[in-house]
Design a protein around this ligand. Structure first.
Ligand code: GLU
Length: 415
């Protein structure tokens, strides 16, 4: 049976890295479950006057290298296991980049597309009220994730600041700039993903000018990745979102797609494109495939058809462990999620540092720092792959777990 529970995937991946590094099994024992998980009920008075109770979670995986860090997603399919897995992946992601954070993640089971602005604001505030004692600038720092954005971060920051009685921008990252958000945070995940694609292409001797790409998902991550690939001269031939897909063999004009999607709330039906399904998008004959949506999108049902040379996992957990092994056997160069999408949390880290200093950096300084950190993380992972003869995913987990285990040992948790 294919592993579709993200928590089991995360546990398997961590176990593999601990075994490959021949570390004390206690490392896995400590990391296999989050330190704390809070489940909350969040009642909201809806526009029609009745009260609906939403279920929310916040998971803190480990604080061994620093406070917990990670986004909050609003999605009908959020589960506690998913949030736990996502918090574990955040620990690993922060450790790959060498950030002083452990992993955190939150989620609320809801469908924001069905909610008014007022309802969304009420839900964001009520969720923060429910978890206020659990989070904080030195404890656990939320951020945007699937279906959440700077506006929602602004409401959450305001609610927390009211509860505390002082302005607390360091609670949360991905805020609007006027509230202490960082320049460059909006496109940071996409920018980081494109840096890793460039580094991978260099190693493969692939010229990205005129190369082709398909991007699954057109939220913050997918749309910015597509935009930056387009600016680099890559032909983005297919994009999609929950409503449908858009294909053009000669390349889609991404700035126009962004405008179209703003106006129509979808890329489906964009003039000059033909529709395509998600499976058709994932199995296109392209150089670069970017899954930038949800978990388990590349699975045993479609992996045999994947033709891309590079798969850049801009989403969290887009490939099942079994499909990941098939990609490796096929010789596909996989840039694992914990490296590919780490640009977001890296600039979140810069935002938090700027909030602590009350001193703000210009965008080119943020982008330069991001570039250096992503290139260095890629190099570390690639070197691990080459010296240990493992794939990029195992290599990234090994780089991360080595760091986390070193901190555990320095704290006296393990020998
Ligand atoms: N939600 C993003 C992620 O999965 C960003 C987290 C953050 O900035 O803390 O990496």
């Amino acid at each position: 049976m294919e592993t579709l529970n993200p928590l089991e995937s995360a546990q398997q991946q961590i176990k593999r890295a601990v075994d490959l590094l021949t570390l004390d099994p206690a490392v896995y024992e400590i990391l296999k479950e989050p330190t704390r998980v809070l489940a909350v009920s969040v009642p909201v008075r809806m526009d029609d006057g009745h009260v609906t109770t939403f279920i929310g979670y916040r998971s803190q995986h480990t604080d061994v290298v620093g406070p917990a860090k990670g986004g909050v997603r609003f999605h009908p399919q959020v589960t506690m296991d998913e949030v736990k897995a996502l918090s574990m992946w955040m620990t690993i992601k922060c450790a790959v980049l060498g950030l002083p954070y452990g992993g955190g993640k939150g989620g609320v089971v809801c469908d924001p597309r069905e909610m008014s602005d007022r309802e969304l604001q009420q839900l964001s505030r009520a969720y923060i009220q429910a978890i206020a004692e659990f989070v904080g600038p030195e404890k656990d720092i939320p951020a945007p994730d699937v279906n959440t954005n700077p506006r929602i971060m602004g409401w959450m920051m305001d609610e927390y600041s009211r509860i505390k009685g002082y302005n607390a921008p360091g609670l949360i990252t991905g805020k609007p700039m006027v509230l202490g958000g960082s320049a460059g945070r909006g496109e940071a995940t996409g920018r980081g993903a494109v840096i890793t694609i460039r580094e991978a292409a260099k190693r493969l001797g692939l010229d990205l000018k005129g190369a082709t790409a398909a991007v699954q998902g057109f939220g913050n991550v997918g749309s910015n990745t597509a935009k930056l690939l387009h600016e680099m001269g890559v032909k983005v031939v297919a994009i999609n979102d929950v409503m449908g897909g858009a294909y053009n063999a000669t390349g889609i004009h991404i700035p126009e797609a962004l405008e179209y999607s703003r106006a129509h709330k979808t890329v489906a039906g964009m003039p000059g494109t033909t529709p395509l399904t998600t499976d058709q998008l994932l199995t296109l004959d392209v150089d670069v495939l970017v899954p930038a949506a949800l978990e388990n999108q590349v699975n045993m049902g479609n992996v045999a058809g994947i033709k891309a040379k590079i798969v850049c996992e801009a989403a969290n957990g887009p490939t099942t462990p079994e499909a990941s092994r098939v990609l490796e056997e096929k010789g596909v160069f996989v840039i694992p999620d914990i490296l590919a999408n780490a640009g977001g949390v890296t600039v979140s880290y810069f935002e938090w540092v700027q909030n602590m200093m009350h001193f703000y950096w210009p965008e080119d300084e943020v982008n330069d720092k991001l570039e250096r950190m992503m290139v260095s993380a890629f190099k570390h992972v690639y070197n691990m792959k080459e010296t240990r003869g493992v794939d990029m995913r195992d290599a990234a987990y090994m780089v991360a777990i080595e760091r986390v285990a070193e901190a555990m040992s320095a704290r006296g948790w393990i020998n």
